[in-house]
Design a protein around this ligand. Sequence first.
Ligand code: SF4
Length: 424
Amino acid sequence: MSDITRAQEFDDVPCPFCGLLCDDVRVAITGGAATVVANGCARSRALFAANAHDTATALIDGKAADLATAIGRAAGILLAARQPLLISAGTDVAGMRVLIELAERCGGIVDHANGDALFRNLRVLQNTGWISTTLTEIRNRADLLVVAGTGITGRFPRFFERCFGDFDTLFGTGDRELWFLGGVPEDLPAVLRQRTKSLAVDPARLAEFFSALRALFAGRALKAHAVAGVPIGKLAELLGRMRAARYGVLTWAAADLTFPHADLAIQSMCEFARALNSENRFCVLPLGGSDADLTAQQVTTWQTGFPVRVNFSGGAPTHDSHRDSARQAIQRGEVDAMVFVSALDAARTPPAGDIPSIILGRAGMRADGCSVFIPVSVPGLHHTGHLYRADNVVAIHLRKLAGSALPSAAQTLQRILDAMKGPH
Ligand code: SF4
């Protein structure tokens, strides 16, 4: 067997393909192609293996171009732009740092593709704060986990296996119980179903549901027989269980809460969890981090003092979470060029808009209609890097497992920045 075809296996690999950043995946590399051989999920198996042998060529207006020419064209577009929009849909700390520097150089707006979901949580954090916990705390201490919404298994496939499964814990948790508000996910592991309860809460009425729970907790009598479709007796049963928890956690994925004013539902959940702390320990865990959205938020905050949706058009950074949303800036016609970076998942595509666009994407991405496409390597597969985890407290170091002829997003953005500073 030649070196090209002999598999090299890596243990305890951090997986960059959702916010959990599971650090126990085993990956085999054969001839540059990655295969998850243990501890993965369907998402990690698909994304580690994706597009390994795609021919990855820079494109200008759909035609193959060499990298230097594509860099020059990208720099020219940004130099000519009055106000460009720069969006991350998946790049590591190093890539995000240069994206912000580039935005500052060209007076642009920086956002993340998951910005709407990020700000559902951030508005609550900015206004009232929350008592939050970590994945490790849930794993080792929680005896009750209440989940608002049913999309978590799709977005974070190993969340329950990693955080609330049958394993030894550092501290005795006793019997553990799982409640779903909205229905039990079909793909929940069978071992967890045995200790699962659910209430058929309409997700769009979570604010009402938690306000009623808080009223019951405060000893107020409710005249209603049901709230958000749930009989009062069932509310009282859940309240009793939450009061009895030694370490309870309430979690949600803001990306699932797509109804109007979802931030008010999140605020209602956070206020109720805080109120419970007068009797026992109860925390929230707003799950995020996929597509490096929390990484974008962290880096932008270090660099500018604001989370994403930062506007450099006045020379200094300013921030307005509504005005500087990528979607709204495009709809209002306020931006005249776009940079879109998606180094993790080739399926992410930029928002529609009739403006020149520069896409830095994973090999295999469909780049129809863009002005410049530059394929980039994958953090955690082709190069080292750092991403922030779902609980926003740990930056995980990503490993290099395989070589790639492609530059990283950070290297490519730096070359565009350098080209803008050079003679034109
Ligand atoms: S759950 Fe997320 S981080 Fe864990 S292996 Fe699957 S995609 Fe990767």
